[in-house]
Design a protein around this ligand. Structure first.
Ligand code: FAD
Length: 383
């Protein structure tokens, strides 16, 4: 049971946001930046964010050459261009808000490793450079075969460089984002698994449960679901499937020459340095069915492949020890665009960030904030 004080003050908010990942935090920050007087509450099921945002590999990226070509093939040129633009704009907003120092944002560039069977991608490099020039005001991709020797790769035909890509310390980025939200006056309640909400016309009621008070329902004027891969219970018909991503980090490697963010195989496989260590991840395409899960487990087949690539392509002939493996859960749909919608009066959803949320999450949060505050139109490829 709630006390009179709890009911009067804590249990009534202007905006309730479910999910304390990048999207939920960015939405809350965007709202408070524009409307500091509003009472904004984030409800998070875990002790800390428990989805993708604290469990990714920290690439500040916006698409490798082969990933963009894949997107054009699957979704058309307009959407492929829009996604790159949103990712780029999202990264600028992220940097502006959090700065580069505290998040360890490093602009060391991005590199795509092209194998012999993939050299046909290079035929379309000039076309993609032209297509993206309005975003970057430069020809973004260039072939740099000499980098194979510099980095010591094997079984690679050439390398495509992108000088604008960066990387962050994911932990620090999320920590700083939470601090910023709290500094702006956002309340964050953790250990709150939300399983139901209902629209009562002039307010939204959100079901909460606690060991000391039992069940009660929060009153919110507006509700935003930023629950990404875990949205099914709250919105059963959403076009969304979970996709697990596996990451491993090595122990420090003496004399490591690799510095920057690296991609292979249309963005499905990636690695980067973290100080003297390497972070290696991806491989979801090797077992798409098995990886369509919300379970934070590991997949031996994929981990074996990551280790194989480490030994045969990235650090040939070097003995490398893995310090830790983990996984995070992303959300995908039939379309690669994020799903940002008004789903009922005063209820919004911003989910399906795919493998792009570090980049796109801040912009999505800003856009949802506009929808919440101004009833602005949804974020589609036309807006
Ligand atoms: C391995 C991996 C690598 C990645 N690499 C990159 C990359 O290089 N670049 C990039 O841009 N992106 C990358 N991503 C994607 C990026 O991390 C995600 O797109 C982004 O973090 C999604 O943020 P989000 O806030 O939408 O979702 P999430 O971070 O999943 O947050 C959703 C939150 O909602 C909470 N929640 C869910 N349901 C409920 C409920 N019912 N009640 C209360 N709380 C709930 C969850 O606990 C979670 O904290 C990667 C992801 C993974 C897993």
């Amino acid at each position: 049971m709630l006390s009179f004080w709890e009911e009067n003050t804590f249990n009534h908010v202007d905006i309730a946001i479910v999910g304390a990942g990048i999207t939920g935090l960015s939405t809350a920050i965007s709202i408070k930046e524009r409307a500091p007087h509003l009472k904004v509450l984030i409800l998070e099921r875990g002790i800390m964010p428990t989805g993708a945002s604290t469990r990714n590999a920290g690439f500040a990226c916006f698409g490798s050459l082969s990933e963009i070509l894949d997107d054009i093939e699957n979704f058309g040129k307009e959407k492929a261009h829009q996604l790159v633009q949103w990712r780029w704009q999202g990264l600028q907003l992220l940097k502006k808000r959090l700065g580069t120092k505290k998040t360890d944002y490093r602009n060391w560039g991005g590199f795509e490793l092209i194998r012999e069977s993939e050299t046909h991608f290079l035929d379309r490099l000039p076309e993609i450079n032209d297509m993206m020039e309005d975003i970057f005001e430069t020809k973004i991709f260039s072939e740099k075969k000499g980098l194979i020797k510099k980095f010591g790769f094997r079984n690679i035909e050439t390398v495509v460089q992108n000088t604008l890509e960066g990387q962050v310390d994911t932990g620090k980025m999320m920590y700083e984002m939470m601090l910023l939200a709290q500094k702006l006056g956002v309340m964050i309640w953790t250990n709150c698994l939300i399983s139901k909400w209902r629209n009562d016309g002039d307010e939204i009621r959100v079901g909460l449960q606690d060991d000391y008070r039992g069940g009660f329902s929060l009153h919110a004027k507006k509700l935003v679901l930023c629950t990404n891969a875990f949205t099914e219970n709250l919105l059963p018909k959403a076009d969304l499937l979970p996709g697990r991503g596996i990451v491993m980090i090595t122990k420090p490697i003496e004399g490591l020459k690799i510095k920057g963010s690296f991609h292979l195989d249309r963005g499905y496989f990636y690695f980067r340095n973290f100080g003297k260590r390497l972070i290696v991840g991806g491989g979801r395409n090797l077992d798409k069915e098995g990886e369509t899960t919300t379970d934070f487990g590991l997949n031996q087949k994929i981990m074996d492949d990551l280790q194989y690539k480490l030994k045969n392509i990235i650090l040939p002939g070097r003995k490398v020890e893995i310090e830790q493996n983990w996984s995070g859960i992303m959300a995908f749909g039939h379309d690669k665009m994020p799903l940002i919608k008004t789903i009922a009066d005063h209820v919004y959803v911003a989910v399906r960030m795919g493998g792009m949320g570090v980049a796109i999450g801040s912009l999505v949060g800003k856009r949802v904030g506009e929808m919440v505050l101004d009833e602005a139109p949804e974020m589609t490829e036309k807006t």
